[in-house]
Design a protein around this ligand. Structure first.
Ligand SMILES: Cc1cc2nc3c(=O)[nH]c(=O)nc-3n(C[C@H](O)[C@H](O)[C@H](O)COP(=O)(O)OP(=O)(O)OC[C@H]3O[C@@H](n4cnc5c(N)ncnc54)[C@H](O)[C@@H]3O)c2cc1C
Length: 154
């Protein structure tokens, strides 16, 4: 755990939708589903984000909202970003056999890893995910891997 920000290089940026990006960092961190990181942009601000990928690399998925996220959107591959944490206890899901996970819009960032971990443990999952429009649905390929019966109803 880093209780002070450590800078990591951005290795890749994926445009998920017109206003959502995933930034991949060269950061090897162990963050439990449900925990969050403080993301620090020197001279701008520091705000909480839930990593959508952790392990050998770390990714954060950001929706452009206000001042801070506009600055994050301007970052390029090779730029540095500070991370502090992880914080929070994370979800207690080890013994869960049945789950109903509900998310909307960028809120899926907070539960996508939980859903994947539960799927690995062969838990029975009902995953309800809503977005303003079909083109804003995040992580379609990722979700289809574990949720073969997924369908989209507009
Ligand atoms: C534990 C935690 C985890 C988070 N994880 C993520 C994440 O993975 N991805 C992510 O994009 N954001 C996440 N957030 C929100 C993030 O920390 C910022 O607050 C958000 O990105 C907006 O910052 P900003 O400075 O750009 O906008 P601000 O200038 O703070 O806000 C601009 C406007 O948007 C509104 N607003 C801010 N956030 C939201 C929201 N999420 N939904 C609806 N309206 C909002 C504000 O009320 C304000 O009117 C998380 C927040 C918490 C507390």
């Amino acid at each position: 755990m880093n209780d002070y920000p450590v800078s990591y290089k951005i290795k890749k940026i994926i445009n998920e939708t017109h206003n959502i990006k995933t930034i991949y960092l060269n950061a090897s961190l162990n963050v439990k589903p449900g925990q969050f990181l403080m993301v620090w942009l020197p001279g701008v601000d520091e705000k909480p984000f839930v990593p959508t990928i952790t392990g050998k690399e770390t990714a954060i998925t950001i929706k452009k909202r206000g001042f801070f996220t506009k600055k994050l959107f301007a970052l390029k591959k090779g730029d540095l970003l500070g991370l502090r944490g992880p914080y929070g206890h994370g979800f207690e899901f080890e013994k869960v056999k049945n789950a109903c996970i509900v998310a909307a819009g960028i809120g899926i960032a907070a539960v996508v890893r939980l859903a994947e971990e539960l799927a690995l443990k062969k838990a029975k999952i009902d995953f309800v995910y809503g977005c303003k429009s079909k083109k804003e649905i995040l992580f379609q390929k990722r979700l289809k891997k574990n949720f073969k019966n997924a369908y989209c109803n507009r």
